[in-house]
Design a protein around this ligand. Structure first.
Ligand SMILES: Nc1ncnc2c1ncn2[C@@H]1O[C@H](COP(=O)(O)O)[C@@H](OP(=O)(O)O)[C@H]1O
Ligand SMILES: [Mg+2]
Length: 234
């Protein structure tokens, strides 16, 4: 059977960030068995915010897992700058654990503060309880797992905390890989990494606890009461 595709010319992007091609691939990923690779795609993260016109909350997420671990990802923000710089709309951030990130500079968040980011549309009593336990100086409520990961990578927030089982593997595989490639740590509320293998259940059933480069993830996680962590059993 012969398949024919006609690609609309406008869809072809020829000016892309080439820096990824200059990177040396970490040795452990130079030869991987294709059967160990799973790709998780979220074509529109931040759906609720998209419907409300909050376009900069929207991202397109691609995460690549090898033997269950999130190792590479892309967070594309198609409407980035739509209010301030519509002529250069959008940006693409990528990361490969062990090599680094491209598209933005990873930053360490300010010392002496604790700025947390979390959901604006899926709030629950447990979500609030976890945030309050950390005694933040500020809470930034925005849409999308990808968008929140970017705030942490850029050092605008110290941590992304979500005591809920609402996110799915396609929401977090890409963000986890990019944040960890940027020097951060992305785990569940127990401090463990999710598995992104082909047979895993879709929900991130143990919540999200992700910290920026330069933040002591283990120390911050200790402030979450054990009873709250126990509400998200394996
Ligand atoms: N309680 C819940 N029920 C359904 N989806 C949830 C959810 N909590 C989080 N999510 C999903 O996780 C992503 C991040 O959520 P939030 O923006 O609230 O932080 C969103 O992905 P989508 O926008 O791709 O659906 C959202 O739908
Ligand atoms: Mg999503």
């Amino acid at each position: 059977m012969k398949l024919c595709f006609k690609v609309v010319q406008d869809w072809i992007v020829s000016e892309v960030d080439q820096s990824v091609l200059a990177l040396d691939c970490p040795p452990q990923y130079k030869e991987v068995n294709p059967q160990d690779v799973v790709v998780w795609v979220d074509p529109l993260d931040g759906t609720s915010e998209y419907t409300q016109g909050l376009l900069d909350h929207v991202t397109v997420l691609i995460g690549i897992a090898v033997q269950g671990r999130a190792v590479a990802g892309v967070i594309h923000q198609p409407y980035y700058g739509y209010k301030t710089a519509p002529d250069t709309l959008g940006r693409t951030i990528w990361g490969l654990v062990g090599s680094g990130i491209g598209g933005i500079q990873a930053q360490t968040p300010p010392k002496g503060e604790l700025i947390l980011t979390t959901t604006r549309s899926h709030n629950t009593a447990l979500v609030v309880e976890a945030l309050e336990a950390l005694k933040p100086s500020k809470i930034v409520r925005v849409g999308g797992a990808g968008h929140k990961a970017l705030l942490v990578i850029e050092g605008l927030c110290h941590a992304y905390v979500f005591a809920s089982n609402g996110c799915k593997k396609w929401d977090t595989c890409g963000p986890e890989a990019v944040l960890e490639a940027a020097g951060g740590v992305f785990t569940d509320l127990h401090g463990n990494h999710y598995s992104y293998g082909k047979d895993v259940a879709y929900p991130d059933a143990q919540g999200i606890f992700a910290t920026a480069k330069g933040v002591d993830h283990a120390e911050l996680l200790k402030k979450i009461p054990q009873a709250l962590k126990d509400a998200f059993p394996y």
